[in-house]
Design a binder for this molecule. Structure first.
Ligand code: GTP
Length: 387
């Protein structure tokens, strides 16, 4: 089962991310498999229904069996030819594969009846699958060729030059005919399986892309922590939650000291390394339930839900000491260390309107920490509600 899942995943990846040559190969492996299964099923049905074949033309079955087996072999050969095609941009190979697909299917449709459920499923499903995988020009040209072939068959059938659904002798009894049923099931089943496979892979990819877009729009690309937008959204949520539960919430604003000098002395790239290091230290110091994000250039904001002032000071100071002790390796091999000033504030919020004030008080405390000599944690006490 694990192996099957691996193969399906591999096929899905190739169908979407491979070149047109690889995509055609995947389709042909699937068709080779489907036609091989169909040939086996058809042979078994012929054996089982040997004594009761009133509604069938055995010669028609034999022909269908031959076509199906030859198709299976042809698909396998086409798949192997694909292995020898070096250039991923080869243009004729995918086109030959698509036309082969059309011709093989048109012949099978002729045998099982061009006005049947199978034809409907194939005509509805195949172009959708094709448009997802290949380009529009390729699919439209092969689709119109397929429709043209079916039209020619239909005209000849109308003119009584060709028999309608030659494998079914008694058209009245079609629905009681086991071979017709097996043929239909194999044909419809193969298209449905492909439709489900491609549909499932499309949805998975769509979800993956959506997750990527969400990640990109909420994450700071340099430090890989929340960006300011995401941070403020999370902050509002936590602030509201604290107001509802009447629990304390603490925040601390971090500003790296003399960061301009780091940039000036070691270069902007080294400054970036220092920023990443500070973000990593913050993540390492805080608890899983705490939130952290990049608030501005060299400023970070940490949000500590359900944390009173005493505990928050301990966390902030632990971070400050960890950062000071950290040896930051720069791209040019030099090792530096940096410090940070921190402004901290704690409240038990009463209404959402207090959020701006809460933040402003932490900012004031940060200013105070800078003013008092940097590399320290300052608690907002004056003019603020402390816990
Ligand atoms: N490398 C790098 N530098 C940044 C980034 N964002 C902001 N900065 C720099 O951070 C520096 C901030 O400098 P200032 O606001 O003057 O403060 P400071 O030098 O840290 O001094 P104090 O805050 O007073 O200790 C500026 O030189 C910005 O260019 C960034 O993404 N990467």
């Amino acid at each position: 089962m694990h192996q099957i899942t691996k193969i399906v995943r591999h096929l899905s990846t190739k169908i979407f991310e491979g070149s047109y040559v690889e995509k055609s190969q995947c389709i042909f492996v699937l068709i080779a498999l489907a036609t091989a299964c169909f040939s086996i099923l058809l042979s078994c049905t012929l054996l089982i229904t040997d004594s009761n074949t009133g509604s069938m033309d055995r010669q028609g079955y034999q022909e269908l069996l031959e076509i199906s087996s030859i198709s299976s072999l042809y698909c396998l050969i086409l798949f192997m030819v694909g292995n020898y095609i070096r250039s991923a941009n080869n243009r004729w190979y995918p086109q030959v594969c698509l036309y082969s697909y059309v011709i093989v299917n048109a012949i099978i449709l002729f045998y099982i009846g061009v006005f049947s459920i199978g034809t409907g499923i194939a005509l509805a499903g195949a172009p959708i699958i094709g448009l997802i995988i290949f380009n529009r020009r390729m699919i439209f040209s092969s689709l119109f060729s397929g429709l043209f072939i079916l039209l020619v068959f239909s005209v000849f059938i109308q003119m009584k030059q060709l028999d309608y659904a030659p494998i079914v002798m008694d058209k009245e009894l079609t629905y009681h005919d086991p071979v017709w049923l097996v043929t239909m099931m194999a044909f419809v089943g193969a298209h449905l399986a492909l439709l489900v496979l491609v549909g499932n892979a499309s949805i998975s990819r769509w979800k993956k892309r959506e997750a990527e877009v969400t990640f990109l729009s909420t994450t700071d690309p340099l430090t890989q922590i929340s960006n300011r937008r995401q941070l403020m959204d999370l902050f509002k949520m936590e602030y509201l939650r604290a107001a509802r539960s009447k629990q304390p919430i603490s925040i601390f604003l971090v500003d790296l000291d003399h960061f301009k000098q780091v940039n000036d002395a070691y270069g902007h790239q080294s400054g970036d390394e220092a920023l990443k290091s500070a973000a990593d230290t913050l993540k390492e110091t805080l608890r899983e339930t705490d939130l952290v994000g990049r608030y501005g250039g060299e400023e970070f904001l940490a949000i500590l839900p359900n944390t009173d002032g005493k505990a928050a000071v301990q966390v902030a100071d632990r971070f400050r000491r960890a950062l000071q002790a950290k040896q930051i390796a720069l791209p040019d091999g030099q090792v530096i260390s940096i410090t940070a000033s921190i402004g901290l504030h704690t409240v038990v919020p009463e209404h959402i309107g207090g959020l701006e004030h809460f933040l402003a008080e932490a900012d004031k405390a940060l200013y105070q920490a800078k003013h008092n000599g940097r590399n320290q944690v300052t608690i907002a006490l004056r003019n603020a509600q402390a816990v």
